[in-house]
Design a protein around this ligand. Structure first.
Ligand code: IMP
Length: 205
């Protein structure tokens, strides 16, 4: 006699918290990780408190956030921290990229300050660097992603966020803000850091 079983064909995706509420970043990351993980935001796990980023490195800040979520909410989690590093300015704004023009300032003020600091400078080389801290099964891992490029003289484009209108990646005549999110993700600092994390997760499981 044959017995037939009904197999639940729904593949249950693993939940992974991304320690952010930045909708731009969530959209980017969900696009990259689609089919692999259900990515939850801080809001979605009910975490509404401010996690202070007090470290003086990108890696340190990423670890602070990932450890906080793991300890207080019990989820596997990853957190990123990104800095724009401009060589002529000794790698500033770096870890203070979000608040370069002041704690209450926005991207527009940050870009204006950077363009002023670089005015008249011929060396406009810069890079975005992302550090990711992953906490999974109570183990910690760090990943890095870098995209080299330059700071343009003027702002161009309306896509993306942050410094995108003044960052032109190497090998392109477009700023990040003139690229589609797919094109940016394919070469971006965050895309590269995420790819390293994904490769790691694939090999681990
Ligand atoms: P965060 O700490 O990773 O949120 O990044 C710090 C700051 O770097 C942000 O507030 C943005 O100003 C800038 N930033 C991070 N990622 C990007 C990006 O992909 N494009 C442009 N600016 C970015």
């Amino acid at each position: 006699m044959y017995y037939f079983c009904l197999i639940n064909r729904h593949i249950k995706m693993n939940k992974l918290v991304f320690a952010t509420n930045n909708q731009h970043k969530l959209r980017e990351i969900r696009e990259i990780l689609k089919d692999k993980f259900e990515v939850l935001s801080l809001d979605e796990i009910g975490c509404h408190e401010e996690i202070e980023e007090t470290a003086d490195t990108l890696e340190g800040n990423a670890l602070i956030k990932a450890r906080y979520i793991s300890e207080h909410y019990g989820y596997d989690c990853f957190a990123d921290d990104t800095g724009l590093e401009v060589f002529e300015l000794g790698n500033a704004p770096g870890v203070i990229s979000a608040r370069y023009a002041g704690i209450d300032k926005d991207s527009k003020s940050n870009m204006e300050k950077l363009l002023n600091e670089l005015s008249g400078s011929h060396d406009r080389k810069a890079r975005f660097r992302t550090a990711i801290a992953l906490l999974i099964n109570n183990e910690e891992y760090l990943f890095e992603g870098i995209v080299n490029g330059k700071i343009t003289e003027l702002q161009s484009g309306n896509e993306g966020f942050g410094y995108d209108p003044i960052f032109m990646p190497e090998g392109f005549d477009l700023t990040f803000a003139q690229m589609s999110s797919e094109d940016k993700n394919a070469i971006s600092h965050r895309g590269r850091a995420i790819s390293s994390m994904i490769d790691f997760l694939k090999n681990k499981k």
